[in-house]
Design a binder for this molecule. Sequence first.
Ligand code: ADP
Ligand code: ADP
Length: 227
Amino acid sequence: APKLSLREIGKRYQIGSNTEIEAIHRVSFEVMENEICVLLGPSGCGKSTVLRMVAGLEEPSSGAMTLDGRQIEGPGRDRGMVFQAYTSFDWLTVQQNVEYGMRLQHVPAPERARRAQHFLNLVHLSKFAQAYPKQLSGGMKQRVAIARTLANDPEMLLMDEPFGALDAETRWHMQELMISIAEETQTTILMVTHDIEEAIYTADRIVFLSRHPGTVAANIVPAFKLG
Ligand code: ADP
Ligand code: ADP
């Protein structure tokens, strides 16, 4: 059975009072357990929209989505999201950042610290546990974000252009790291990118989104309907 399944998902946005845009048109795909699935397509084709719907941050206009066979309804701790922009809390140390979600879940302090250290170790940042995000490079900040998200023990990791702001060499190291983390933690990953090389290098499965109809896996038609 697939880990994640999208069937005939559509998304319309209301723009102004009498204009509607169809951002996503009948997109169907599946992601298997422990796969890295990459959503690939040009800017504006609807990749982030798909990811936000899987995250439960937006509701599809039509179609059905399931995770482990259960209907996706709203956000949940079973899906962890990593964004392109660094989202760490600058006033907390690296370790406190990683502990943040566990703190909200009232995980006891020793357990929190133990888990934080485990995930910091996984992203090669053990030595920076007491540093502040401002003291870190872009790649390191993104590793903090990954550790923080994994520390919440998600079933699935959702990543929106996670390495898009990094230089080419750092990006390549991060791709390597992501692949090894996926293997080690047995986490299923859905990642959005417009970088074809990144997709080919990291993906077990690529879902192509296009702005035009008649493409491989999905047809995205930006349609304007005048009321
Ligand atoms: P991508 O991630 O592939 O760059 P997006 O998912 O961000 O694409 O956007 C897909 C389309 O949906 C674009 O035409 C964009 O303008 C539109 N869109 C995205 N979010 C909204 C929104 N909140 N309101 C209106 N239109 C939106
Ligand atoms: P304690 O563990 O005794 O609460 P800390 O030194 O860890 O003390 O934290 C002091 C304050 O800093 C907390 O009351 C909280 O407001 C904030 N803080 C520290 N770590 C975190 C974290 N991981 N997430 C959110 N807030 C934190």
